[in-house]
Write a protein that binds this ligand. Structure first.
Ligand SMILES: *[C@@H]1O[C@H](CO)[C@@H](O)[C@H](O)[C@H]1NC(C)=O
Length: 348
């Protein structure tokens, strides 16, 4: 993190006056593998990252269920906001008692805005993540007391990372969808779910909400391998689709901001930073941006393919992607820096 940013955060922490100098009391997270910290370990699915080499660059080399060699962008963001522990995966045994005071993570790899996306992978649909959040609220009230619980709920940061799986693991490969709906129609459908989800969170007390845009999905190694046979670079049609979706989600967020009094909402643009990393890896100190570190780097992700037998590159810090879909911890560091810049208005 740059010195200037660190300075802003220190000043902001002092102004907010949290005893433990966290900028927000808690973080609640919803969505897919970009933000899941291990809920899928407790779900019957092959979309798990609870085995080596996932987590190999944590100091204890522990695979936690994160789809990364180390920290997710949202882990680094939590550290940047002054947290010394991460909010637990809601389905894990750690999600109890005082641990709930810093929030909870409801995300599930393979999930999306469209509940059918989650159904295809047998993971936790977004609608169920919301139900778990309601359950969390009553648990929090019994740990913290109802007054403190409401203030935590109101001041917490809510993060949503979803949408990429709806395209890569559903729309593009599901003839029932792509034969009957245009990309534009499907995007609008997803955005209507996003808007309703934000309204539900708001109705449950949330006031600070950040959601990530879509990534340049056409630049993910998996997309290049499976859909890019005739193209040398990124799959440009996928990137165009992602940019159209991103326009819509930004418009929806502005509308929600106007409709819901007291709501602060930000769309974190992850398209541009990931696109820049892929286009100019050397500028950011990376060596490889076209394939992931795990296995051949072209198709491997999840339990089935990125595993102890598939092997890894010698230094994941030189790779933009850890597996064929997910950024490495080193790339997540770059993303987290850009998240904190665009998210500063959420924590003021
Ligand atoms: C891995 O690569 C990073 C980035 O180039 C570098 O800073 C680090 O020293 C390398 N680590 C090893 C063990 O070579």
């Amino acid at each position: 993190m740059g010195a200037f940013l660190a300075y802003i955060l220190v000043v902001a922490a002092a102004l907010c006056g949290y005893a433990n100098s966290q900028l927000v009391p808690a973080i609640m997270t919803f969505g897919d593998s970009t933000v899941d910290v291990g809920n899928n370990d407790y779900v019957q699915t092959v979309f798990k990252a609870n085995h080596p080499p996932y987590g190999q660059d944590f100091s204890n080399r522990e695979p936690t269920g994160r789809f990364c060699n180390g920290k997710l962008a949202t882990d680094i963001t939590a550290e940047n906001l002054g947290f010394t522990t991460y909010a637990p995966a809601y389905l894990s045994p750690q999600a109890s008692g005082k641990n709930l005071l810093v929030g909870a993570n409801f995300a599930s790899a393979g999930s999306g805005y469209d509940d059918n996306t989650a159904a295809l992978s047998h993971v936790i649909p977004l609608s169920q993540q919301l139900q778990y959040f309601k359950e969390y609220q009553s648990k929090l009230a019994s740990v913290a007391g109802s007054e403190k619980a409401s203030s935590i709920i109101k001041d917490a940061l809510y993060l949503i990372g979803a949408g990429n799986s709806d395209f890569l693991q559903n729309y593009y490969i599901n003839p029932f969808l792509n034969k009957h709906y245009t990309v534009d129609q499907y995007s609008s459908y997803l955005i209507s779910i996003f808007s309703n989800f934000v309204k539900s969170l708001y109705g449950l007390g949330a006031r600070r909400i950040g959601a990530t845009s879509l990534a340049p999905t056409g630049c993910l190694p998996l997309a290049r391998t499976i859909f890019g046979q005739h193209e040398r670079g990124c799959v440009s049609s996928f990137n165009t689709d992602a940019q159209q979706f991103n326009k819509k989600i930004n418009a929806a967020a502005s509308q929600l901001q106007n409709q819901l009094p007291g709501l602060k909402i930000v769309i974190f643009d992850i398209f541009k930073p990931i696109y820049d990393l892929v286009a100019n890896p050397k500028k950011y100190g990376f060596v490889e941006a076209t394939k992931g570190c795990c296995g051949t780097g072209t198709v491997e992700t999840t339990f089935v393919l990125c595993n102890q037998k598939s092997g890894t590159c010698s230094n994941a810090s030189e790779y933009v992607f850890w597996d064929s879909v997910h950024p490495s911890q080193a790339a997540n560091q770059v993303l987290a820096d850009s998240l904190i810049i665009s998210g500063i208005s959420l924590i003021g």
